[in-house]
Design a protein around this ligand. Structure first.
Ligand code: MLT
Length: 273
């Protein structure tokens, strides 16, 4: 299963579902969990930079990307359990680096809580540990209804410019276009289920105070969705955590600044190799 020189699109069968993944490289397994409303293409600029040191595994989470349409609601914990089954399906027995961006970060936190023994190191990027307050959760329920009644564009386009730094918007039009396409290709049902799952997600601010694994928190300097202050507070409450702020990036740091992101990951995982 190991030693992929290029990115392969593979389907992995786990219990009653198939998980499509991007797979590349060899070395310490690195599980890359995308945000909302995105898919595994989020990691396309990062994977080639890390595939020499890591077996990069980037799944399309339930309903996203190349996965089949979801007919039933799911929770963030379900997504974390899918990832654990995915590692089993790939016959990966050693502990892995889990890296989650934003919603992928919520999944990574659940993974840390439910499957701690599988983690060598955790990378939380452009994400937050707190759950939604009542008005945040209610906004998500409205977005879920809006996507189903009026279409995906109505929900995703208003958020698209918030995802990027000024530098990305000015100098990386291709990145902006790729993300816009990814968002618009997301199914209305996926938008709805994911919003409901995030509305009900757990608050990790207390639980993470007893985490034993090494954690790296990476923030985008211009991120307004998971601002640096929120991420710094999260990092400070984790016993073994270091915090990095990447200039010229906002909410999609690994796509906006892949070189800088890869450098942080390489440094953080050097002792695992
Ligand atoms: C994401 O990028 O995954 C979303 O902004 C997460 C969220 O809506 O909380």
């Amino acid at each position: 299963m190991h030693g992929y020189p290029f990115v392969d699109n593979v389907n992995v069968s786990v219990s009653n579902r198939t998980i499509p993944i991007r797979l590349s490289g060899s070395g310490v397994p690195l599980l890359l969990l995308h945000g909302y409303p995105l898919d595994s293409r989020l990691w396309d600029r990062l994977i080639p930079l890390l595939a020499t040191d890591h077996l990069c595994i980037a799944p399309d989470l339930r309903g996203f990307g190349r996965s089949v349409e979801e007919r039933m609601s799911f929770s963030i914990a379900d997504l974390a359990d899918d990832c654990c089954k995915l590692l089993d399906g790939l016959q990966i027995r050693r502990s892995v680096v889990v890296c989650g961006l934003s919603m992928g970060g919520y999944v990574a936190m659940q993974f840390a809580e439910r499957h701690a023994a599988r983690i060598a190191s955790l990378i939380l990027t452009n994400t937050r540990a707190n759950a939604d307050d009542a008005s945040g959760a209610s906004n998500r329920r409205s977005s879920a209804s809006l996507a189903l009644s009026q279409g995906v564009a109505k929900v995703v386009l208003p958020m698209s410019d918030k995802l990027f730094s000024v530098h990305t918007l000015t100098n990386q039009p291709k990145v902006v276009e790729v993300v816009r396409t990814m968002m618009l290709e997301t199914r209305a049902s996926t938008i709805a289920w994911a919003q409901l799952a995030m509305a009900d997600r757990e608050d990790f601010r207390v639980k993470m105070r007893s985490w034993q694994m090494p954690v790296v928190c990476i923030a985008g300097a211009e991120d307004t969705i998971a601002p640096t202050g929120v991420m710094a507070e999260m990092s400070a409450s984790i016993p073994d955590s270091e915090m990095h702020i990447v200039p010229n990036s906002a909410h999609l740091t690994p796509l906006e600044c892949p070189e800088e992101f890869a450098q942080i990951v390489r440094k953080a995982t050097s002792t695992l190799r």
